[in-house]
Design a protein around this ligand. Structure first.
Ligand code: FRU
Length: 514
């Protein structure tokens, strides 16, 4: 056999390396630009996170997936599970397109704890539950909501024979997000009429029969589409107060250009959402370019914080042309959500989930140093890297700017900085490496911050990304970067005098894929 096909063993090895697989060790994840602790699909194109739900010890992540190529198309639900939101195990595609009929667009998943749907056929008489996924079936010129159910912890799925379960006879009715509304013992679905920038609220006793209850929108938006809505109740930090937050993914129109996530804070009575500040300027969840189509986990275990979400780590402006080959698209780190009160009102704050700390090793710390001393320490300890977490408190003093040059080499650098004159934190990826695949990719993306003498930055750096959490999650900037090989320098800089590095901690992070 070897005489006939001498290259076969090599082919087998290469195919094995390229195959999606469910081993603890994921081959194919140790590549340039392949994120080491962000989720990416084993191969091919991915966009929105879908169906995020916790069930029987596992966090499920489904996602918009093209099983056949590395650009958008043939949309299906890819699937992975994790026991800690950080280390993922890839599973086979959960929901497939039906060629010639419909693609499987975004949606959500719930635990039907009491078998309200009658679809749960659990052999355990003590346990009536099963998983139900609610997704958009995108037909050629109509979008309708379907459900599918799984009686084996999400491993296999059956489409409900009575689909569709919600149909408004519209071409753009999509992205159903479903949750159990305890006060009225019923299911709520929020979905959008995307082009009209309108939220539709429906309810159901059993996930199979849905009644439209209200619409909301366009809430100041005069262009673009609404996609992937979510409605969640969140506590106001440090109080017993709770508020409803309506999350709207907007395409385009985000502060950094292209797609982004806005939110409104208000009340929900089981049928209507009302914004607390009717003319509120748009509030945004992220000021980077790459955070979109968010999905919050349903049924989180107690102790996980109230809500955790994840966003697609890309932007529709260039999602199909990002310069990776084997796979394309990724997810942000998972983040816990809360509301915090500021002088000008309530704001969403996001913190990376604490499970990420389990990846930390090799810590560097310096306190109360000048910029030169901090850089000396980085050199003395040969601290460089492509995969790490950095926490710093910086005091500009008289300097007009202080910050970091990250993923630095002779050919590239990404700036994460505080502009003290304009009181804004920015990420500049103009010289970050490969940027030529889209005119919309390079740029400097900034956000205003609250007034204070120093600035706190928590920065997650991965092989092709920089995610910045400012002042304990008050502002976030998420951005992909594609640096050339060897761009692993870390440098502090200031422009002007008197700047201080109040503290700087850097942890190398282990790969979550090993
Ligand atoms: C958002 C989105 C959704 C749609 C899905 C299709 O990124 O456009 O509205 O369901 O992607 O892949």
């Amino acid at each position: 056999m070897n005489k006939i096909m001498p290259w076969l063993p090599l082919l087998l090895v290469v195919s094995f390396l390229l195959l999606p697989c469910s081993h603890a060790q994921e081959p194919g994840y140790d590549q340039p630009w392949r994120p080491q602790y962000h989720f990416t699909p084993p191969q091919n194109f991915m966009n929105d996170p879908n169906g995020t739900v916790f069930y029987k010890g596992e966090y499920h992540l489904f996602y918009q997936y093209n099983p056949e190529g590395n650009v958008w198309g043939h949309m299906s639900w890819g699937h992975a599970v994790s026991t800690d939101l950080v280390r993922w195990k890839n599973l086979p595609v959960a929901l497939h397109e039906v060629p010639g009929q419909y693609m499987v667009y975004s949606g959500s998943a719930v635990v039907d704890w009491n078998n309200s749907s009658g679809l749960c056929k659990n052999p355990d008489p003590q346990d009536r539950s099963c998983l139900v996924a609610i997704y958009t079936a995108a037909y050629k010129d109509r979008q309708k909501q379907h459900i599918a159910f799984s009686n084996d912890r999400g491993r296999t799925w059956t489409n409900y024979s009575g689909n569709p379960v919600a149909d408004l006879d519209a071409p753009d009715f999509r992205d159903p997000n479903v949750f159990w509304y305890t006060p009225q013992h019923k299911w709520i679905m929020v979905a959008v009429l995307a082009d009209a920038r309108t939220l539709v609220v429906l309810d159901s006793p059993d996930l199979k029969h849905w009644t439209k209850r209200s619409t909301f929108g366009p809430a100041g938006d005069t262009a673009g589409q609404w996609e992937c809505p979510d409605l969640i109740e969140l506590a106001v930090e440090g109080t017993a107060e709770k508020k409803w937050v309506l999350i709207i993914n907007r395409n385009p129109g985000a502060p950094a250009g292209g797609t982004g996530v806005r939110y409104l804070i208000g009340k929900f009575d089981g049928a209507n959402f009302a914004s607390e500040v009717p003319d509120a300027p748009a509030l945004w969840a992220d000021w980077g370019k790459d955070f979109y189509a968010t999905n919050t986990w349903n049924d989180l275990p107690p102790g996980d914080g109230e809500r955790v979400w994840m966003g697609w780590f890309s932007n529709w402006q260039y999602a199909n042309t990002e310069p990776t080959v084997l796979w394309r698209g990724g997810q942000s780190v998972p983040r816990t959500l809360k509301l915090r009160r500021y002088a000008d009102g309530l704001r969403l704050v996001q913190r990376p989930v604490r499970e990420l700390q389990s990846l930390r090793h090799d810590k560097l710390r310096t306190e109360n140093s000048s910029v030169a001393q901090a850089n000396q320490k980085l050199r003395d300890t040969a601290t460089r890297g492509e995969v790490y977490e950095l926490e710093a408190e910086l005091q500009p003093g008289e300097a007009h700017e202080i910050g970091f040059r990250l993923r630095k080499s002779k050919a590239a650098e990404t700036l994460v900085s505080f502009d003290a004159v304009h009181r804004e934190v920015y990420v500049d990826r103009t010289h970050s490496g490969e940027i030529s695949f889209s005119k919309d990719f390079p740029g400097r993306f900034s956000v205003k911050v609250e007034q204070s003498a120093s600035i706190k930055l928590q920065v997650f750096v991965d092989r092709s990304s920089v995610e910045v959490f400012v002042n304990d999650g008050e502002r976030v900037l998420s951005n992909r970067i594609y640096p050339p090989p060897g761009s692993d320098g870390i440098e502090v800089y200031a422009e002007g005098s008197g700047a201080r590095v109040v503290s700087l901690t850097i942890w190398k992070l282990n790969s979550a894929w090993k």
